[in-house]
Write a protein that binds this ligand. Structure first.
Ligand code: GAP
Length: 450
């Protein structure tokens, strides 16, 4: 099995991530987070929120609606340009994202360029392609009490009630920029941060949770004076590295910056750096940092007829702010954390799998066990320690299944940093054994020191 397959298997076996709608045979590009996955995901999201919002004076959080007025997506350019190159094999009718089945081409590939590469169909092996068509990735839905039969009689109704599931959380921020300006009167530069679901009808969801049809994003729109964008871009670039490396614990050597060339940048961007990560299946985009200029606010101003101008309190200058946007997918960060933590090693001649998660991200901080579960005096004492630690740390687990070796192996696999064991010596002198996940070393400590 490849390392990615090992991670997928561990995620299912231990309740981190299950395939979406598993019981009905699944739903491509969707995944469900299980009890441990939710804890790890929440710890990652909380770490981001703490670092970028709570610790800073220049950031405000928001939580906007997922379904927005469709004008949003006209103004943002998504209705016209949020599309991937779709190509169909005329032999077997399989459909692919063209730039994902051939090397050295990008999303802007033309039919001629694609045909010149003589790509074989990954499904049937033949080479008989139709033209490249642009496929808009936004999911559509209808809002309001309109029945299918109503739209048959009056097709305009369907068009009128159409709405989209947001393909990025960013637009919920831009459309609230004016509300925040009018209620909090922030000085530039300031940022609005949001975490939430985004939906993309990806042509080829793949690599476990790396490319999903439903994902969570953590985005900041950082509003700056136009002539300061470069210095703010640089500060934001450094902050991303600090967060990824020093808070999340990803090794700097596995993060690579890619300066995205003009032809590959999103329609709104004048500069983009993709932060690439060495995933088990190779280097992939973990997050992006973009200079969105005044593209979004100017378009909102035009589409809504409302002024998006900012008036500088000192200089009295009036202008539309420019925007620096760091945008990261929670699932991609989750997979980077798991890939980095997943380790197979050998302890005293025995193979084991261990998730070397940073302590702050691990689902459980401690596991508490009685050495033997059929000794009521040990169980009672262990319960006291368990309740006390749970009171103090919250995320503490209890395990009295199987023998102690099996418990250690299970806790290693789910990344619990410390196992606390109550044995007969505990009853004599109130000390416990603490076993370290990474070194497997055991030390004795008094309960009061825990
Ligand atoms: N607002 C800017 C924006 O959405 P993007 O590069 O399209 O930019 C930002 O997406 C980040 O969102 C990506 O770097 C990635 O981490 C995550 N992301 C995007 N599409 C995704 C998908 N289909 N599955 C998982 N994560 C995705």
């Amino acid at each position: 099995m490849s390392k990615l397959e090992d991670i997928v298997s561990l995620c299912k076996r231990r309740g981190f991530i299950f395939p979406g709608s598993d019981v009905y045979g699944g739903m491509a590009g969707t995944w469900d987070f299980g009890p441990l996955g939710v804890m790890l995901k929440k710890n990652i999201m909380d770490a981001w929120w703490h670092y970028f919002v709570e610790k800073r004076d220049d950031m405000y959080g928001i939580d906007a609606a997922i379904i927005m007025n469709p004008k949003t997506w006209v103004a943002s350019g998504h209705a016209a340009t949020f599309a991937d190159p779709l190509v169909e094999c005329k032999e077997c009718k399989s459909r692919f994202r063209a730039d994902k089945i051939a090397d050295g081409i990008t999303e802007s590939v033309t039919t001629e360029e694609f045909l010149a590469l003589h790509v074989k169909c990954p499904t049937c092996g033949k080479e008989n392609w139709g033209p490249i068509r642009k496929f808009n990735m936004m999911f559509t839905t209808h809002v309001g009490a309109v029945l299918p039969e109503d739209t048959k009689e009056n097709p305009e109704l369907a068009e009128k009630n159409i709405a989209y599931l947001r393909p990025e959380t960013a637009q919920g921020i831009f459309t609230n920029y004016k509300n925040v300006i009018d209620t909090f009167y922030p000085s530039l530069p300031f940022g609005l941060a949001q975490q939430g679901k985004a939906f993309r009808n990806e042509i080829s969801p793949r690599d476990f949770i790396l490319r999903d049809r439903e994902c969570s994003q953590m985005e900041i729109e950082y509003f700056v004076a136009p002539n300061t964008w470069e210095e703010n871009f640089e500060k934001m670039r450094k902050a991303q590295h600090d967060f990824l490396e020093n808070v999340i614990g990803l090794p700097a050597k596995n993060i690579h910056e890619l300066e995205v060339p003009k032809e590959d940048r999103a329609h709104y961007s004048k500069r983009t750096i993709d932060f690439m990560f060495d995933y088990p299946n190779g280097e992939e985009e973990l997050m992006g940092l973009a200079y969105r200029t005044d593209f979004d606010l100017s378009n909102i101003e035009r589409e809504s007829g409302k002024s998006m101008e900012y008036r500088d309190k000192n200089t009295k200058e009036v202008f539309i702010p420019h925007v620096i946007e760091p945008s990261i997918g929670v699932e991609r960060l989750f997979l980077a954390v798991l890939s980095n933590a997943y380790t197979e090693d050998e302890i005293n001649g025995e193979k084991r799998t261990v998730l070397k998660l940073p302590q702050s991200l691990a689902p459980y901080q401690f596991c508490v066990s009685p050495l033997l579960k059929n000794k009521p005096e040990l169980v009672e004492k262990a319960q006291q320690v368990y309740q006390a630690l749970k009171e103090k740390y919250g995320n503490v687990t209890w395990d009295d299944s199987g023998n102690i070796g099996k418990r250690y192996r299970k806790q290693d696999e789910i990344g619990t940093p410390k196992c606390v064991v109550i044995d007969f010596e505990t009853l004599e002198n109130d000390t416990v054994t603490i076993r370290d996940r990474d070194t497997t070393d055991q030390i004795r400590k008094s309960i009061s020191e825990l």
